[in-house]
Design a protein around this ligand. Structure first.
Ligand code: ASP
Length: 609
């Protein structure tokens, strides 16, 4: 080793020891002839003092170094003088008196300071990711990620799960996204698909008798990126044979309780995790991943306005919709500008409009006069009627009601958007809380308006409730599935399900999804066949590792916990991937570029020239 200690390891008890350190210059300060260098390595920081009289040669070298130079330093650990200790620093009780200083490498001035948590912009951070990762926050996130994965592996191992690696080159496994394809050289015209998840492999491992499988698995999905999406991401993939919902849910809850106890003992976590059916979550929050750190629940006003003369409500109800509302706490005096903004947001979410009612004053919503209520629908309702709508939603004077009238799919989406906006604006969510919950009993199928066919809400290997088998063909929309999610703070952390393990049920589901027998056999023949050889009942789940780490790191964006993430356009800002390849390489894999691709390449080339 080039060093005897880590910079961050030195303490008062090392006083008087000769040490050799190696690391980066974090910061340098000249102080009345003395030179102070903060030296940094992966273990932390230590202050090195170079004295011009005691170590003139070291001084000559040290006075030439700049931030991020790589140094090796021999020196003596000395307790700092009383009153000069730095309590902010783990090594703050001591400093190292340099005897020799050697420059192992120089450094250009980095494009952003390493010793500060400044934001030079996403693209610069990703372009120089190796420098970004040198910074304290990112280094801490990487270490936390390692710890999370290690805790998970130990936890699973202790419960008799074995980790099995599954292929990256395979046949498409649908999870609702586009596949990344890899052309085959030896099978002209054929392609591998990168796994959207190891779903089929893990089910085949159950047929193989593995019983308890897990894998820290990379998944690849070609979809439009958002803050919480990456084209490749990591899951804790889990599958178990001979289990029911309860077994999978309690295992996962135990895992998260364990992670939280180890990583964030001070953060409040519900125990047991609350459970809610999909139907209840949609009814109360308009979302299947509600943030449960705050209330602002949706109320149903349909019965209260059924007789009203206000056409918008009457028409929505007549068309099979409902009138639903949320309360903006303290929103009674929200300025018109902001109310218009809420209306805009509602429209963007699909509403035709938004009805609002503001209540003035404070206290209960009785004895209201014209002066106490403000609303665009004031003509259609008396103040007392508006007051009783407010009371039905739990509002008091000083609050505002936001009312949407439409099909449930729309009112849910609209009120969910508004609910989250209000919570953000009013900081209703405790940033420290970990509001985990399970959502269960998702619908099996949903109607895809664009494709004009049924699609699987979770994935097509999910088992319907056996009570609902009879509905698979006759009424797909009301078939409940044995799928479940874990949510935390408004995000989906994991999805899973009890699976189909019988061939005929899988065939019936594939048929409802619009697949002919031939197509079903071509795409899933191996699964259909495997199920004929004594496939055991099984189920599993797949928590997202990136999101899990982000939650414990207190980061909003999963890119902060991934060493080398892609940009929003699925590119690698550092290496330039994806990149054009030579025509010889293309020929080898039997690929010809179309006109659009050739044009894009020419444009890119001329931009570079
Ligand atoms: N394969 C599923 C997913 O990636 C999870 C599961 O059902 O276990 O979402």
């Amino acid at each position: 080793m080039l060093k005897t200690h880590g910079c961050g390891e030195l303490r008062a008890e090392h006083d008087g020891e000769q040490v050799t350190l190696a690391g980066w210059v974090h910061r340098r300060r000249d102080h009345g002839g003395l030179l102070f260098l903060d030296l940094r390595d992966s273990t932390g920081l230590v202050q090195v003092v170079v004295h011009p009289e005691h170590a003139p040669a070291a001084m000559a070298i040290a006075s030439e170094v700049r931030n991020e130079f790589v140094l090796r330093i021999d020196g003596l650990v000395s307790k700092r003088l009383p009153g000069t200790e730095n309590v902010e620093l783990a090594t703050g009780a001591i400093e190292v008196q340099a005897a020799t200083v050697e420059v192992l490498n120089s450094s250009e001035t980095p494009p952003f300071p390493i010793n500060q948590d400044s934001d030079p912009g996403e693209l610069t951070r990703l372009r120089y990711r190796y420098l970004d990762l040198r910074r304290e926050r990112m280094a801490r996130n990487l270490r936390l990620r390692h710890r999370v994965v290690k805790l998970i592996r130990d936890f699973m191992d202790a419960r008799a799960f074995i980790e099995v690696e599954t292929p990256v080159l395979g046949l498409a496994t649908p999870e609702g996204a586009r596949d990344y394809l890899v052309p085959s050289r030896v099978h002209p015209g054929s392609f591998y698909a990168l796994p959207q998840s190891p779903q089929q492999w893990k089910q085949l491992l159950m047929v193989a008798g593995v019983d308890r499988y897990f894998q820290i698995a990379r998944c690849y999905r070609d979809e439009d990126l958002r803050a919480d999406r990456q084209p490749e991401f990591t899951q804790l993939d889990v599958e178990m044979a001979f289990v029911e919902e309860e077994d999978v849910l309690s295992l996962t809850e135990e895992l998260y309780q364990h992670l939280a106890a180890e990583l964030a003992p001070e953060r409040p976590l519900p125990s047991p995790f609350p459970r809610m059916t999909y139907a209840e979550a949609m009814e109360r929050f308009g979302s299947d991943k509600p943030d449960l750190r705050y209330g602002v629940e949706i109320a149903d006003l349909t019965n209260h306005v059924r007789e009203s003369e206000f056409r918008v409500f009457a028409d929505a109800i007549a068309a099979g919709g409902r009138v639903r509302a949320i309360v903006v706490p303290g929103g009674g005096a929200t300025p018109r500008r902001e109310v218009d903004r809420l209306t805009e947001m509602a429209k963007e979410a699909g509403a035709r409009g938004l009805v609002w009612v503001q209540f003035a004053g404070a206290g209960a919503l009785d004895t209201l006069t014209d002066d106490d209520v403000k609303s665009p629908v004031g003509r259609f309702f008396t103040p007392a009627q508006l007051g009783s709508l407010g009371a039905a939603c739990g509002a008091v004077r000083g609050d505002m009601l936001l009312i949407a009238a439409d099909r449930d799919a729309i009112t849910s989406r609209v009120l969910d958007v508004l609910r989250r906006h209000i919570a953000e604006a009013q900081a209703l969510a405790d940033p420290n809380a970990l509001a985990f919950a399970f959502i269960t009993q998702f619908p099996m199928f949903e109607w895809d308006e664009t494709a004009e066919r049924w699609s699987a809400v979770h994935h097509l290997f999910t088992s319907p409730f056996s009570d609902d088998y009879d509905l698979i063909e006759s009424d797909p929309g009301s078939v409940r599935s044995r799928a479940y999610d874990i949510i935390c703070n408004g995000q989906e952390i994991a999805s899973g399900s009890i699976r189909i393990h019988r061939r005929e049920i899988l065939l019936r589901v594939l048929k409802t999804l619009g697949m002919s027998l031939d197509e079903a056999k071509a795409r899933f023949g191996h699964m259909l066949e495997a199920f004929t050889f004594g496939a055991p009942p099984h189920g599993g789940i797949a928590p997202g590792i990136d999101r899990t780490v982000a939650i414990f790191a207190g980061e909003r964006d999963i890119r902060e916990v991934i060493a080398f993430p892609k940009t929003k356009s699925a590119a690698d800002a550092m290496t330039g991937a994806p990149a054009p390849v030579s025509s010889a390489q293309l020929t080898e894999v039997h690929i010809a570029l179309d006109a659009a691709a050739r044009e894009a390449l020419e444009q890119a080339a001329s931009r570079e020239a």
